[in-house]
Ligand binder design. Structure first.
Ligand code: 0X9
Ligand code: ZN
Length: 310
């Protein structure tokens, strides 16, 4: 029986996605959108209960060690398909959901079998070194320094923020890219689930300059923050990722906004530190449910805020 009491490995997550797609086959489906270096499928789960809906695209676990991100993505799928709560029924019925629970399956398996702290993919990238940071491999302003000269990414294969040899060089990034490219104009919101630190980050990462849609991005991000805080009291910091967190280039949210015009594009850094304990990426399983509950409440707040804008 699947639950959110313990973390699940890739085999368990993929088996559960299959079961849910089979059980709710009139509204849900799961399909392969790419294959990793080690031959594992990258899978897209979709929920559509009504024709003509606009959509929200969620990616999770692009960083292998951030287990809470995929646990929250599966919790979200479960809520959308099973909850009777009117707010959940609303967002499940009136929005199409495109969810990649595991952008980086090879990395996740490596964290279970060899190194719990692994971040990147597992493709060989130089003598003795493995892995590209998929969240530095997207095309929009790939390896572009900000005003302070900070690349926010690395050209050194052995480092944790290695950007790859070229934009979209990695199969994982190509798979995510295919969802954007095959659904132009579909998504009003893009969400990248990460941990940790309690941040709700909007573009840009690659520049300190304010985006054209800064006010909208901040307002909707702030609605997420308020709805999260109402559940368990955790207060996320909201703002542009470059200045609130640090410089980055080639991230999925910058790409979603810059390349595809998805204005409401966010990185959500979930639990891992704070006054209940500084666990970092190794968040104990008893926090899966409270984290997931507050994030889903946050998403309801985000949707209702977004609806008040054109
Ligand atoms: O460095 C990252 O990729 C993210 N932090 S993490 O600790 N999960 O690795 C932050 C990315 C934020 N940047 C943008 N949203 N542009
Ligand atoms: Zn991350």
């Amino acid at each position: 029986q699947y639950d959110w009491v313990s973390y699940k490995n890739l085999t368990e997550i993929y088996a559960w996605l299959d079961e849910m797609a089979a059980q709710y086959s009139s509204v849900a489906s799961v399909r392969n959108i790419g294959t990793t270096h080690e031959g594992r499928p990258i899978r897209l789960f979709t929920i559509s209960k009504k024709s003509g809906n606009r959509g929200i695209f969620v990616e999770a676990n692009i960083h292998a060690r951030e287990w809470i991100s995929s646990a929250t993505a599966t919790y979200l799928i479960n809520e959308l398909l099973t909850s009777q709560d009117p707010d959940i029924v609303d967002i499940a019925t009136n929005i199409d959901w495109y969810i990649i629970t595991n952008v980086n399956p090879d990395g996740l398996v490596w964290t279970w079998e060899s190194n719990r702290n692994w971040r990147k993919t597992r493709a060989p990238v130089s003598a003795l070194c493995f892995g590209v940071d998929v969240n530095r491999n997207f095309a929009y302003n790939w390896l572009t320094p900000d005003e302070t000269g900070n690349l926010g990414a690395s050209t050194t294969p052995c480092t944790d923020t290695y950007a790859g040899t070229s934009p979209l060089s990695e199969n994982e990034a190509k798979a995510v890219e295919s969802v954007f490219a095959n659904n132009i104009g579909k998504f009003d919101v893009f969400l990248s689930f990460h941990s940790y630190g309690h941040y709700m980050l909007h573009p840009w990462g690659h520049t300190r300059g304010h985006s054209v849609d800064y006010d909208l991005q901040f307002a909707v991000g702030n609605a997420f923050r308020a709805a999260v805080q109402a559940v368990n009291g955790i207060n996320y910091a909201v703002g542009p990722s470059n200045t609130v967190l640090y410089a980055t280039s080639g991230t999925t949210p910058d790409h979603a906004y810059g390349q595809y015009g998805i204005k409401l594009s966010y990185t959500i850094e979930m639990r891992g530190n704070g006054n209940y304990g500084n666990y970092g990426f190794v968040l104990p399983p008893e926090f899966i449910l409270p984290n997931a509950e507050e994030v889903v409440a946050g998403l309801i707040g985000l949707v209702n805020s977004a609806r008040t804008y054109g």
